[in-house]
Write a protein that binds this ligand. Sequence first.
Ligand code: KIV
Length: 263
Amino acid sequence: MKKKLNINNIKIKKFKKPLICLTAYTAPVAKILDKYCDVILVGDSLGMVLYGMKSTRDVTLEMMIMHGKAVKKSIKKSLLVVDMPIGTYETNPKIALINAKKIMKETRCDAVKLEGGAKIYKSINYLAKNNIPVMGHVGLLPQSVKKESDYKVQGRDYLGFNQIIKDAINIQQAGAFSIVIECVPKILADKICNTIKIPTIGIGASEKCDGQILVTEDILGFSEKTAKFVKVYDDFKSRMDLCVKKFVRDLKKNKFPDPKHLY
Ligand code: KIV
């Protein structure tokens, strides 16, 4: 049976590679993932995936806590990480700590994830000093995306490339135990992997990362549009369409409810 990973072991890379990570927002999905994943992330991508929001910028602390609690109910072995939503950590480390403690206490998660680099050094450092395990996130930062065209590969130019490396180093120095690298050229992700000591978790980054993460609904084929970095393994949207069609057909033909489904 899979053993739950310990945050300190992750930090010193004492685990079997690759770290297998996926997102979950609900108890039934988390129950399936728990059999296979090292890390389950309650990502603020739930704003778009579940609530049909245009970005993750309207996601609230309460939403993250509700979904974190739901996921926690059905996982036993995976490490649970919950995203801190925008506006809850960036500018004031003391507020970041209050909010992180609230998430940890109410969801009983193992760690929180914060997006950004040098700009949020103080918040990450304050959380880490107060024993809150923090996962960092560099490269494409969905919380900073204000329009569709901002969803693009980051760090292609000289300045951006160097800034993202600095960000990753900063996050490590601040005390994060691991870091997500999203949507950057492979050469940049490889450079980060060779530069920092804490484990890297790639999403559109490089196979050299210590782990990989994707949004579960994306790999299932539920999402309208997916990035190049997503591998879609099935077409659940069409499967669901078919189920609903069959239900409608049964109703129209007076085939449901039939005696088998009645008391
Ligand atoms: O919000 C999210 O789901 C994420 C992952 C895609 C890394 O941050």
